[in-house]
Design a protein around this ligand. Structure first.
Ligand code: SF4
Ligand code: SF4
Ligand code: FES
Length: 281
């Protein structure tokens, strides 16, 4: 691949000519904040958080979508850049449900981290807040548009990666919302509940439905025999969560922990698969 040479924050760098400015900066350890960007999934330049100054350009440019060019001189951390990023995030926050303390993404939210990083301590743009309705009709996914920042990540991961296409930008301008077509609930769509939209949402606008309280209630009830069934992937994924090397099976530990929590029986989904094979094989 042909290479180009450019300067980023006074550091000269040579990169393939199909790189974006963001990729070039990353290759030399220069950090540019991003929000809507998701490599190979959502490269749309929507949020304008990744703005940089390019010598000779009339305005600041979104580094996540702007291609590099030979001789470019880029500054990623000038006062102008910092002010623009800060104003952008302040504007996003001005129409965002900021009940962070009770949000399931509290302390694990890209918008919250960014606001902290940009030292945002107040929102100067108070204005009309769009009224929204939480969609919690489905068994698996809760969609809360009051927290959506319209980044489009869920739209593209569902459409391009999962090839399902449940979510889309609906309405126009100020009233734009990311939702299933015709204002339907997620429950009334062919959503396969893969969860990819949740995993890739930078904020708490999409979340898994929690039934933890119902489970505790069942465990506390001496009249109820409580059975838990785990998918095969859980016994490896759980190990990773506790710092074991990837692929380590923690089946025994998991069963012991579930029993201690109060479950009467623990089954693996593959038990049902075995029964099916015995019955049908
Ligand atoms: S759960 Fe999967 S199929 Fe359903 S909307 Fe999200 S990404 Fe699309
Ligand atoms: S629901 Fe989440 S991922 Fe989808 S557009 Fe809104 S903020 Fe982005
Ligand atoms: S991260 Fe570049 S425009 Fe959103």
């Amino acid at each position: 691949m042909e290479k180009v040479t450019l300067t980023i924050d006074n550091i000269q760098v040579e990169v393939p000519k199909d790189y974006t400015i963001l990729e070039a900066a990353k290759s030399i350890g220069v950090d540019i904040p991003t929000l809507c960007f998701l490599k190979d999934i959502n490269e749309v330049g929507a949020c304008r958080v990744c703005l940089v100054e390019i010598e000779g350009a009339r305005s600041l440019q979104a580094s996540c979508v702007h291609p590099v060019a030979n001789g470019m001189v880029i500054k990623t951390n000038t006062e102008k850049v910092r002010d623009a990023r800060k104003s952008t995030v302040e504007l996003i926050l001005s129409n965002h449900n900021r009940e962070c303390l009770t949000c399931n993404r509290n302390k694990n939210c890209e918008l919250q981290s960014l606001a902290d990083e940009l030292n945002i301590r107040e929102i100067p743009f108070e204005g009309e807040i769009i009224e929204t309705v939480v969609d919690n009709k489905s068994h698996s996914i809760v969609r809360d548009p009051s927290k959506c920042i319209l980044c489009g990540r869920c739209v593209n991961v569902c459409k391009e990666y999962q090839k399902v296409g449940i979510l889309e930008f609906t309405n126009r301008g100020y009233y734009t919302e990311v939702a299933p077509a015709f204002g339907r609930s997620m429950n009334d769509t062919p959503c396969i509940y893969c969860g990819q939209c949740i995993v890739n949402c930078p904020v708490g606008a999409l979340k898994e439905k929690e039934d933890i309280d119902k489970v505790w209630e069942a465990i506390e009830d001496p009249e109820v025999h409580v059975v838990v069934q785990t998918a095969p992937a859980v016994r490896a994924a759980l190990g990773e969560e506790f710092g074991y090397p990837i692929g380590t099976r923690v089946t025994g530990k998991m069963v012991a922990a579930l029993k201690r929590l109060g479950f009467d029986k623990v089954f693996d989904t593959d038990f049902a698969a075995d029964l099916t094979i015995m019955e049908e094989g």
